[in-house]
Design a protein around this ligand. Structure first.
Ligand code: C2E
Ligand code: MG
Ligand code: MG
Length: 763
C-alpha cells in the first residue's frame, strides 16, 4: 500500500467519523454511515446489517432489501450480487468490531472490483461505525437511567475525540492517555489505567497509560501479576470485574490498597478478539458504587482502547508493506533509497565510503517462461535468501522489482570491499536451485558503484551501478563490473542505437551477405551462409557482432531473424531457378539463442518455407550450444519439429561452449561447424590440430557432416583436407559478399570449366 493511499484512507475516515458522531442519535448515525460509505466508494447501494436485520440502507429500489439474499452473499464473502431492479453489482463488506454478525455493506454497478485501499477504508468505516453505534446504544440505555443530557454530550465528545486520534494515527501512547483521562473524567474516579500483558510473559502485565495515579504509585504497580487486582482479574477471566472493599479483598494489588483505593472496576481490552490487557478505574471514595451505566461507559472505553491497539498493529503492518517487497520480504526500492540517502549523509560527515551493487539475474525470463510464474517467484525468494546470507549486519539487500536486486554496503563494520561482496554473491548463486522438482542453474550480473565521502546522490549511484551491470552482462553472465564515468556516454549511445535498431527493420536497413561453403574434396560450391549486416545511415555497414547482442537483449532479434530467413530463402531460391548449376544450392541461416527454443519457431519456419517455395532439405539452420543448453527440454522439442519438416540443423561454433558428446547426441543435429578458433592456424598449432582432428573424427563416427569455418591459409586448408573434413568456409575460399557478387560468380561459373576455380580464390 502506498503512503498516498494511506493518507487518503485516514482523511476519508476522519470525515466519516465526523459525520456519524454528530448525528445525535443511533438511527441517524447508521443512516449517515451507510450513505457516506456508499458515496466514498462510488457505490450505488449500501446497507448496515445488525442481528440479522438491515438497520439502514441506501439505493435499494423502494427501500426494499432482500435481506436473506444479502446476508447470504455477505456470509459467503461473495464479490458480486444481483440486486432486483438494479442489476449485477460488485459487492464488498466489512464486519463490525463489536457485534458478531454486524456488517457494513456496499455494492456498485458494473464490474469494477474494489481495490485494496477501498477494502481497507471499508474495514475502518465499519469499525468506527460499530463503535459509535455502541456508544449510542449505551447512551440510549442511560437516558432512562441517570445520565443528563450534558453527560451524554461529554461522553460522545470524549469518545469521538479518541476515535479521531486513532484515525489521525496519533502516537499510540497519546491515544491511550486520552482514553485513561476520558474514563477517569467521565466515571468521576481518582485514577484510571490501561495495562497490557507482556509479550514474552503471559503471567505479567505492564502499565502502559494512567491518569490520576501519583508517579510513585505508578512506578510501584508498573508490573503486576495477571490474576491479581481488578485489572488482573479482568484479563484472566475475560470479563468486566467490579471490586469493592478493596482493602479487605484478598486478591488485590497491595500498593493500591495502601494508597487508599477502596473500589475498582476493570474491563478487558482485546486485539482481534483476544484479551491482551485491561482498562480500569479506581476510587478512594468510601461507598463508591459502579452501576450498570458506569460499566457500559468503561466497556465503551475498553472498545476504544482495543481499536487503538489493533489499529497500531495494522499501522505497523502497513508500514512494513509500504517499505518491503511482499514476495521476498526484502526492503523495497523506497526503503533502499532512504537507507542509501542516510548512508551517503553519514559518509559525507565521516569521510567514509558507500558502495551500491546492482544485481540482475541472467535470463530469469526463461525460468518464468518454461517453469511458470510460481517457480519464478520461488526462485526470487531463494535468491533473496542467498543474498541475505552474503551480507554483514549493517548492509542492506533490497528487491528493486522483477529480477533486480540492490545491495548497500556501508563502512559501519569494516572497510567497504564491494568487489569481494560481489564475488561472494556470484559464488552463492552458483549451486543449482531446486524448483518444482527440477534443478535450475541461474547466474547473475553485478554492477558496482562506489562513492567516496558521500559525494554522489542516491539516484546517481543506483543509475551508475545499473550501467555497470549492463557492462557486466556484456562480458557474459556471472560477472561483475565497476562503474566508470565513460559508461554514461556508452549508455547513451546504446540507447540511441536501440532506438535506431527498432526502426531499421521498417526502413529496410538490413542486408544479407553470403559466404560460400565449399566441398573440401571436390572444391564445388556446396551452399552459402547468410550473414546479416546493418546498413546504418551514418555509421555505414555495421557488423553483426555490434548489434546482434543488442537485438537479442531487446527481443528485436525475433522479428529481425524471421526477416533474415525469408530474405535468404527468397534470394537463394532465385539462384536455384536462375542457374541450373545452382539448382541444389543450399543455404545456412543463423538462429539466435533468443529464437530457439520458441514455441512458434517451427510453425513460422514452415510458413516461410512454404511462402518462398523452398526445399526444406536445402535449408540448414545454425544454432549454438548455448541456445540448446538453456532449456534442453524445450530446445529438443523445437529441433525435433524442425527435423520432421526436413530442415537440416548445424551446431555452430562447436568446441567453444560446454560441448560434450552427450549434448550432441541428444539433439537431432546433422552437422558440426568446427569453431574458427581451432581452424585458423590449424597447420601451425599442434593443439588446434588435435582439437580439430578430434572433432572431425568424432563427427564422422556420429555420421555428422563437418564444416571448418575460418580457413585463411593454404596450409590450414591442406590440414583440414588431411583430416577429411567435409566442408570448408573461410576468407581463403571466399569472403562473405553481397548477393550481386555471388550472382556474378554463378554467372561466371556457367562459362568456366569448374566451379572450384570460381571459389578457390587465393587471398
Ligand atoms: P558465425 O555464424 O560463426 O559466422 C561466421 C563468421 O565468421 C562470420 O562473421 C564470417 O564473416 C566470419 N568468417 C568466415 N570466414 C572467416 C575467416 O576466414 N576468418 C575470419 N576471421 N572470419 C571469418 P560475421 O558475419 O561477422 O558474423 C559473426 C557472427 O554473427 C556469426 O558467427 C553469427 O553468430 C552472427 N550472425 C551473423 N549473421 C547472423 C544472422 O543473420 N542471424 C543471427 N542470429 N546471427 C548472425
Ligand atoms: Mg553461423
Ligand atoms: Mg560459427
Amino acid at each position: 500500500m502506498t503512503r498516498i493511499a494511506e493518507g487518503w484512507i485516514s482523511a476519508q475516515l476522519a470525515e466519516f467519523l465526523g459525520a456519524i458522531t454528530s448525528a445525535g442519535e443511533r438511527g441517524a448515525a447508521a443512516d449517515r454511515g451507510v450513505v457516506w460509505a456508499a458515496e466514498t466508494l462510488e457505490a450505488e447501494l449500501g446497507a448496515v446489517i445488525e442481528g440479522g436485520h438491515v438497520t439502514a440502507s441506501v439505493g435499494f429500489p423502494g427501500g426494499r432489501v432482500d435481506v436473506r439474499h444479502l446476508i447470504a452473499a455477505v456470509a459467503a464473502r461473495a464479490q458480486e450480487i444481483d440486486v432486483k431492479g438494479v442489476g449485477r453489482c460488485r459487492l464488498t463488506s466489512a464486519p463490525f468490531e463489536t457485534d458478531g454478525d454486524g456488517h457494513l455493506v456496499v455494492a456498485r454497478l458494473g464490474d469494477q472490483p474494489f481495490s485494496r485501499e477501498e477494502a481497507t477504508l471499508m474495514r475502518g468505516m465499519a469499525r468506527s461505525l460499530s463503535l459509535t453505534l455502541d456508544v449510542f446504544s449505551a447512551l440510549d440505555r442511560e437516558r432512562s437511567l441517570r445520565a443528563t443530557l450534558q453527560e451524554r454530550q461529554l461522553l460522545l465528545e470524549r469518545l469521538s475525540a479518541i476515535q479521531r486520534a486513532i484515525t489521525r494515527r496519533a502516537p499510540l501512547s497519546d491515544t491511550l492517555d486520552a482514553i485513561t483521562a476520558g474514563a477517569r473524567e467521565l466515571l468521576d474516579t481518582e485514577a484510571s489505567a490501561v495495562r497490557l500483558v507482556d509479550q514474552d510473559d503471559e503471567h505479567t502485565s505492564s502499565l502502559v497509560s494512567s491518569a490520576g495515579l501519583p508517579p510513585e504509585t505508578a512506578a510501584e504497580v508498573a508490573r503486576a501479576p495477571v490474576g491479581v487486582g481488578a485489572s488482573g482479574h479482568a484479563i484472566a477471566e475475560d470479563r468486566l470485574v467490579v471490586m469493592y472493599d478493596y482493602a479487605k479483598a484478598t486478591s488485590v494489588l497491595p500498593q493500591l490498597a495502601a494508597r487508599g483505593f477502596v473500589a475498582a472496576m476493570a474491563a478487558p481490552v482485546r486485539e482481534a478478539g483476544r484479551v491482551i490487557g485491561s482498562i480500569s478505574v479506581a476510587s478512594t471514595q468510601l461507598g463508591r458504587h459502579f452501576d450498570e451505566n458506569d460499566q457500559e461507559i468503561l466497556a465503551a472505553f475498553a472498545e476504544h482502547a482495543s481499536l487503538a491497539l489493533t489499529d497500531a498493529r495494522t499501522m505497523d503492518e502497513m508500514q512494513h508493506l509500504a517499505f518491503h517487497d511482499v514476495l521476498t520480504g526484502l526492503p523495497n526500492r523506497a526503503l533502499f533509497f532512504e537507507r542509501l540517502d542516510h548512508a551517503l549523509a553519514r559518509a559525507r560527515r565521516d569521510h567514509g565510503q558507500v558502495a551500491v551493487l546492482f544485481l540482475d539475474l541472467d535470463r530469469f525470463k526463461n525460468v518464468n517462461d518454461s517453469l511458470g510464474h510460481a517457480a519464478g517467484d520461488q526462485l526470487l525468494i531463494n535468491v533473496s535468501e542467498r543474498l541475505r546470507g552474503c551480507l554483514r549486519e549493517p548492509d542492506t539487500a533490497a528487491r528493486l522489482g522483477g529480477d533486480e536486486f540492490a545491495v548497500l554496503i556501508e563502512e559501519a563494520s569494516g572497510p567497504v570491499d564491494a568487489a569481494t561482496v560481489a564475488d561472494r554473491i556470484l559464488e552463492a548463486l552458483r549451486p543449482p536451485f531446486l524448483l518444482s522438482g527440477s534443478e535450475v542453474s541461474i547466474s547473475g550480473s553485478i554492477g558496482i558503484a562506489v562513492s567516496s565521502h558521500g559525494q554522489a546522490d542516491a539516484g546517481t549511484m543506483l543509475r551508475d551501478a545499473d550501467l555497470a551491470m549492463y557492462r557486466a552482462k556484456m562480458d557474459g553472465s556471472g560477472s561483475s563490473f565497476h562503474f566508470e564515468p565513460g559508461m554514461h556516454s556508452a549508455a547513451v549511445q546504446r540507447l540511441q542505437l536501440e532506438g535506431e535498431l527498432r526502426r531499421a527493420l521498417e526502413r529496410n536497413e538490413f542486408v544479407l551477405h553470403y559466404q560460400p561453403l565449399v566441398d573440401l574434396r571436390t572444391g564445388d560450391l556446396h551452399s552459402v551462409e547468410a550473414l546479416v549486416r546493418w546498413e546504418h545511415p551514418t555509421l555505414g555497414l555495421v557488423p553483426p557482432s555490434d548489434f546482434i547482442p543488442l537485438a537479442e537483449d531487446t527481443g528485436l532479434i525475433v522479428p529481425i531473424g524471421y526477416w533474415i530467413l525469408r530474405e535468404a530463402l527468397r534470394q537463394v531460391h532465385r539462384w536455384q531457378t536462375d542457374f541450373p548449376a545452382a539448382c541444389m544450392l543450399g543455404v545456412s541461416v543463423n538462429l539466435s539463442a533468443r529464437q530457439v527454443p520458441r514455441a512458434d519457431l517451427a510453425a513460422r519456419v514452415q510458413e516461410i518455407l512454404a511462402d518462398e517455395r523452398f526445399d526444406p532439405s536445402l535449408l540448414t539452420l545454425e544454432v549454438t550450444e548455448t541456445a540448446l543448453l538453456r532449456d534442453t527440454e524445450a530446445a529438443d522439442v523445437c529441433l525435433q519439429e524442425l527435423k520432421r519438416m526436413g530442415v537440416r540443423l548445424a551446431l555452430d561454433d562447436f568446441g567453444t561452449g560446454y560441448s560434450s558428446l552427450g549434448h550432441v547426441l541428444r539433439f537431432p543435429i546433422d552437422a558440426l561447424k568446427v569453431d574458427r578458433s581451432f581452424v585458423t592456424g590449424v597447420a601451425t598449432s599442434e593443439e588446434r590440430a588435435a582439437v580439430a582432428r578430434a572433432i572431425i573424427s568424432m563427427g564422422r563416427m556420429l555420421n555428422l557432416e563437418t564444416v571448418a569455418e575460418g580457413i585463411e591459409t593454404d596450409a590450414d586448408l591442406a590440414s583440414l583436407r588431411a583430416f577429411d573434413c567435409d566442408l570448408g568456409q573461410g576468407f581463403l575460399l571466399a569472403r562473405p559478399m553481397p548477393a550481386r557478387m555471388i550472382e556474378q560468380r554463378l554467372r561466371a561459373g556457367q562459362h568456366a570449366d569448374s566451379r572450384q576455380s570460381t571459389f578457390r580464390v587465393s587471398a
